[in-house]
Write a protein that binds this ligand. Sequence first.
Ligand SMILES: Nc1ncnc2c1ncn2[C@@H]1O[C@H](COP(=O)(O)OP(=O)(O)O)[C@@H](O)[C@H]1O
Ligand SMILES: [Mg+2]
Length: 353
Amino acid sequence: MIIQTVSLRNIRSYARLDLDLEPGLVLVVGANGAGKTNLLESLHVGTQGFSPRTRADAQLVRFGEQGGRIALRGPRGATNVELEVTVELREGKRAKLNGAPLRAAEQLRSEVATLVFTPDRLAVVKGGPAVRRAYFDRVLGRLTPSRAAISVEYAAAIAQRNAALRRTAAGYSSRDAIAPWTEQVAALGSKLVESRTEVVALLAPGFAERADELGLPSARMTYEGVSPTIAALEARLERDLERGATGLGPHLDDVLLTSGTRDLRSFGSQGEQRLTVLALLLAEATLIADRRGFAPLLLLDDVLSELDPARRSILAERVLGTGQTLITATEASSLPVDAAQLLEVSPGTVRVV
Ligand SMILES: Nc1ncnc2c1ncn2[C@@H]1O[C@H](COP(=O)(O)OP(=O)(O)O)[C@@H](O)[C@H]1O
Ligand SMILES: [Mg+2]
């Protein structure tokens, strides 16, 4: 969506903030600690229902207050939407879409797409397989909200099967108790492998193009997940009983990210890993716009200072054409192109320059 107005009450360092935003590229400048990340985080919570940096919602509430509120308004494709997220220390988090309460704040994810870059996101490239699995499963959910639940349901089936394995190994139940979970793992696991394969196939060409543009040549993503079958799961039942865990299936897969013949996880420099994350984000942004009919909101925090001037230009040119992007910097001169809007952040306030 494109945020036209945002209103914060007692969120992080903002007691009261009302701001009109422009579409296109919005440059957010301010000294360290001024509140740039707080502002971007608020927009993420307001559009997705959760913070990209903490699961502890209470941390979002301004110190000393009992609750806070984020309200946003703006167009999503051809229609206008109004979003509201409230966080109360006692009652937790709630969200409304166009005035109607949602079952859970996280449901906003299926309504609005927001992609975020923060330096923590480098973990997608340099972290272990679990981080990449979680990342690609979230991409799946953003591209096809109706399939967001597959990975969650699969994880639940694995947990149930593992529990059944341990009960059986301990002599508390018979092997028959494992069979229904084996079927579930095979069915949901196959769906998950299929979905991930599709997502990787969709994302790979754009990823390679964006990476190449940013100076990371021959970038590829490879997923070789194999659908777990009942027969294959049963063939390793003895080993699974011994370990008390299911040793086969997409909960063990990885997506390999490479440049030429180099695995970027182990052999990419910090700078190359950053470009990889950016290429992933930009490729996904294009796909979301194509498939869902509206461009995602892009929140790019602390990215410019680590890029050389040529790459800053390429990134800036690339996001100029999309719906709305907020990008932070400590100085306005960090951005080599003219932004649609310049926001100056100082503790507790944001000024439109
Ligand atoms: N819940 C909160 N209530 C009030 N202030 C907060 C809260 N959480 C963080 N802050 C303050 O916000 C400031 C950091 O803001 P941040 O957005 O990270 O700055 P930057 O501009 O460097 O990104 C710190 O001074 C911190 O104390
Ligand atoms: Mg910051």
